[in-house]
Design a protein around this ligand. Structure first.
Ligand SMILES: [Zn+2]
Length: 409
């Protein structure tokens, strides 16, 4: 075949040739020329098992503190694991240079870059994986811990941010599967540097915790604190800049609920049920590293956990006191907005269909306003402690037993 980069006739395209002629890996070459890997690769290039003998024999050196910082950042980001006898760091092709930067930092631990190719029978195609690996006998980073030294600690935060950080509407999100380590990191950032991260629970994650800067001010402070480190990390600063094209994504959910409307002159005063459709729209910058505003799967997991699981097959009037009086689409939208805005600062609109012909559009406060002003007073009437303390109630008390008398002569 002919190399589409240099025109040379070759028996096969491999990384040995491509790195010489263009600096690309096979996967990048395939993407640049929009070719399936299945066509480029020879079957014996698939499922190559790394040979531990390619690494030096004998025990490894203890992990140095700078390397430990990088490894704990990778662990927080969910990029570090064990595969058989190997310690493995998982990368991705869009940010290969970031993975290679990491390799340079971990060279003394023996981590080497590998791009391997695998036929996935369920996907019916060849996929590439980009990893750093080393036999675990040479480098065993577990159990992970945060470095004590403040400079090394910030190295770990920068690596965590580089691999896992997401920018959404001036807030930084840091998802981690290691909840214990994540909370320890948030604690250290607050105690030592005055930078506050909120613990949002699992959010859209299957496990672990989602951390988010408390306000845009804390976003800037964190980025400024890590400035020098982030500059050094290839492709990372573009991740955390407000500039760039925006898009709006929408995910539609359906749920079945019963409800009634108190003091309503029509039939809605009766308990009745229906199928609701909820449209959740998020307007935000398209993230350069993912090509997404937000992964639809993550949006689905979040809305399901925070909203749908609490409303589906329930009587809306008994879900929360805010809806007990009137579970109208308007108040329901207000309540749903408040369940989501902490996680979706780019939330731009909710639409709730009660029937095909009756629906409500709602735009609530942005996250900064919501944090400053708190939940809507529209939902708070019956939860207000002042209810029952008015002078009118006092009069009612004075009225005494008469209140109880109905129809007595
Ligand atoms: Zn070539």
């Amino acid at each position: 075949m002919r190399c589409l980069e240099c025109g040379a006739r070759l028996e096969r395209i491999d990384n040995e040739h491509l790195l010489q002629c263009s600096g690309l890996t096979v996967q990048e070459y395939a993407l640049r020329h929009h070719l399936p890997l299945d066509l480029i690769l020879h079957p014996d290039q698939l499922d190559v098992v790394p040979d531990p003998a390619a690494w030096p024999s004998g025990p490894g050196r203890p992990v140095s503190e700078p390397a430990r910082a990088v490894l704990s950042g990778l662990g927080l980001a969910g990029r570090l694991g064990r595969e058989g006898d190997f310690t493995v760091v998982h990368g991705e092709v869009r940010r290969l240079d970031l993975l290679l930067w990491t390799q340079a930092r971990l060279e003394a631990c023996g981590l080497r870059f590998m791009q391997t190719y695998h036929y996935r029978p369920d996907g019916h195609r060849v996929e590439a994986r980009n990893t750093l690996r080393v036999p675990a006998r040479l480098c065993d980073p577990f159990p992970l811990r945060l470095p004590d030294d403040p400079e090394r600690f910030l190295d770990a935060v920068a690596v965590f941010l580089a691999f896992a950080g997401e920018w959404h509407a001036d807030y930084l999100f840091l998802p981690t599967r290691d909840g214990t380590l994540g909370r320890a990191l948030a604690h250290r950032l607050a105690e030592t540097f005055g930078i506050r991260l909120e613990d949002l629970g699992p959010g859209w994650l299957a496990e672990g915790v989602l951390l988010r800067t408390q306000s845009p001010d804390h976003t800037w402070r964190l980025l400024n604190l890590l400035d020098r480190r982030l500059e050094e990390l290839p492709g990372v600063l573009e991740q955390f800049a407000p500039e760039g094209p925006e898009a709006t994504i929408t995910k539609v959910f359906e749920f079945d609920s019963a409800h009634f409307i108190t003091d309503h002159p029509g039939r809605c005063v009766n308990l009745h049920g229906g199928r609701y459709a909820l449209h959740v729209r998020v307007t935000d910058r398209i993230q350069p590293a993912t090509g997404f505003v937000m992964d639809y799967g993550e949006l689905k997991a979040l809305v399901k956990r925070r909203v749908i699981d609490r409303l589906d097959h329930q009587n809306l009037n008994y879900v929360t006191s805010g809806l007990a009086w009137r579970s109208s689409t308007e108040l329901l939208a207000t309540w749903i907005w408040e369940q989501l805005i902490d996680y979706l600062p780019g939330l731009s609109e909710l639409v709730i269909h009660e029937t095909a012909s009756s629906y409500c559009r709602y735009v609530g406060p942005d996250l900064e306003t919501f944090r400053r002003e708190g939940p809507s007073t529209l939902l708070g009437h019956f939860a207000d402690p002042e209810l029952g303390r008015s002078p009118w109630r006092a009069r009612l008390r004075e009225q005494g037993p008469a209140l109880k008398v109905v129809g007595e002569g």
